[in-house]
Design a protein around this ligand. Structure first.
Ligand code: IMP
Length: 425
């Protein structure tokens, strides 16, 4: 039985939230498999806009169960606040949101260590979202992390927290010259989460595998983007998890043989928040215009996003790594009004042309994008509902993407609302 994975094909912020929300109609379960509250998935319906950071975007569909898998790092305060807001909007959450007992927790000291480390890196800072993601994954892989299941056992939680905070205090005081944390205050705050979170906690892997055997349809929602993957992205300017397809299996505990479809979400141009190489970045009026028309400001941090032309060298690379079966192209409407549109099809490195994406930063920083120029269009796309009704130049742009990547475009987003979408058979 099928699992469909939705993955950002670039550096995140491709508009996954809207596509997951749309596909939620066809799913029984929507599951998040990695990352944490660093993500911000914006959903618009009617005149309402909602940004989800941890709870999967399927929560607004009656009859859909949402899962936060073992691969996610959870800030319990953030998830409880999100649950409160969703309930306030009139949606039932209990019984519809399942949190993996094996997921690791983000603690206040993770955020503090991250902030201190970023300050110490100075010019070499990664530009993280400040949500404590990296240090939480460090503890997970150092086997000193605290998991959701620990919240349900006060004594174990007390012991683990004490050990962990004391260790972080040594690091904060001695390496970064910062004030330490109050061990008892944190323990008191976190032991109180047990009853609040208990109704949502379960063995989500057993749940998902049983559901798959029963023929249920699972939509796996990746956060961030493939180029921020800790192994396949532009390391060290990456996040600390696996947004790529493999992360779905390890982050949920579903077998690879269950995956039927891998949808690459491709923004019609590129953006990046935080530091790190970005070959097609535009530092001119065109970049400003993309930022302004595309409202390219972080959903989590409000930071302005860096903007540039579509990079097919990078897209072919992430298509290879994720085995994208089809693309959803988002924000096509933002390109309206550009007389011409550039697309990067190759790089020049060391005097030679190449189609290889060098994920190693030392090389990527030095490549020069080689562009092909396509005609633009001036028609407003936001009311278009059929592929045939798009202006010829917009159709040609989409065909160009398919020709150069070998992947069909099945969905096209022409505006932020649910109904501003073209779905092709
Ligand atoms: P972290 O995930 O907060 O550790 O940040 C690492 C890098 O990933 C930084 O460049 C962030 O800006 C970027 N990042 C993290 N989450 C997102 C996201 O949801 N969208 C876009 N970039 C993100």
């Amino acid at each position: 039985m099928p699992v469909t994975i939705v993955i950002g094909s670039q550096w995140g912020d491709e508009g996954k939230g809207k596509i997951v929300d749309l596909l939620g109609d066809q799913a029984d379960i929507v599951a998040r498999y990695q990352g944490g509250a660093n993500a911000g998935h914006t959903i618009c319906w009617g005149d309402q806009t909602f940004v989800l950071h941890l709870v999967p975007s399927g929560i607004f569909h009656e009859g859909v169960t949402c899962v936060i898998g073992n691969g996610v790092v959870i800030d319990p305060a953030a998830v409880l606040e999100e649950i409160r807001m969703i309930r306030e909007l009139g949606y039932e959450v209990e019984g519809r949101l399942l949190i993996s007992h094996n997921a690791h927790l983000i603690m206040p000291y993770h955020k503090q260590v991250e902030a201190a480390r970023e300050r110490a890196r100075d010019a070499g800072a990664i530009g993280t979202t400040g949500r404590g993601i990296g240090p939480a994954y460090v503890d997970k892989f150092a086997r000193t992390g605290i998991r959701v299941v620990d919240l349900l056992d006060r004594e174990t939680l007390r012991k683990k927290l004490k050990r962990s905070i004391e260790e972080k205090n040594v690091i904060l005081r001695n390496i970064y010259g910062e004030a330490g944390l109050d061990v008892e205050a944190i323990i008191e705050e976190y032991v109180a989460f047990d009853q609040l979170i208990d109704p949502y906690v379960t063995d989500t892997t057993q749940y998902l595998c049983r559901a798959l055997r029963e023929g249920k349809r699972v939509l796996a929602e990746g956060a961030q983007g493939a180029l921020l993957d800790v192994d396949f992205g532009t390391y060290p300017f990456v996040t600390s998890s696996h947004p790529t397809a493999g992360g779905c299996c390890t982050g949920l505990g579903v077998p690879p043989t269950a995956v039927e479809r891998s949808i690459g979400i491709v923004k019609a141009y590129c953006t990046r928040v935080g530091n790190g190489p970005f070959p097609t970045e535009l530092l001119d009026e065109d970049g400003e215009r993309l930022r302004r028309l595309g409202h390219e400001f972080g959903a989590t941090t409000g930071r302005p996003r860096r903007c540039g032309w579509l990079d097919l060298v990078a897209l072919r690379y992430t298509t290879m790594v994720n085995g994208f079966t089809d693309y959803a192209i988002t924000k096509l409407d933002v390109l309206t009004g550009f007389e011409t549109i550039k697309v990067c099809t190759r790089y020049r490195y060391d005097g030679k042309e190449t189609t290889r994406f060098p994920s190693e930063v030392q090389t990527l920083e030095k490549v020069e994008p080689i562009y092909e120029t396509l005609p633009g269009w001036s028609e407003d796309l936001t009311g278009v509902r059929r592929f045939e009704d798009l202006p010829a130049a917009a159709r040609d742009y989409l065909r160009f993407i398919t020709e150069r990547t070998g992947v069909a475009v099945r969905m096209i987003s022409t505006g932020p609302r649910r109904d501003q979408t073209i779905v092709r058979p």
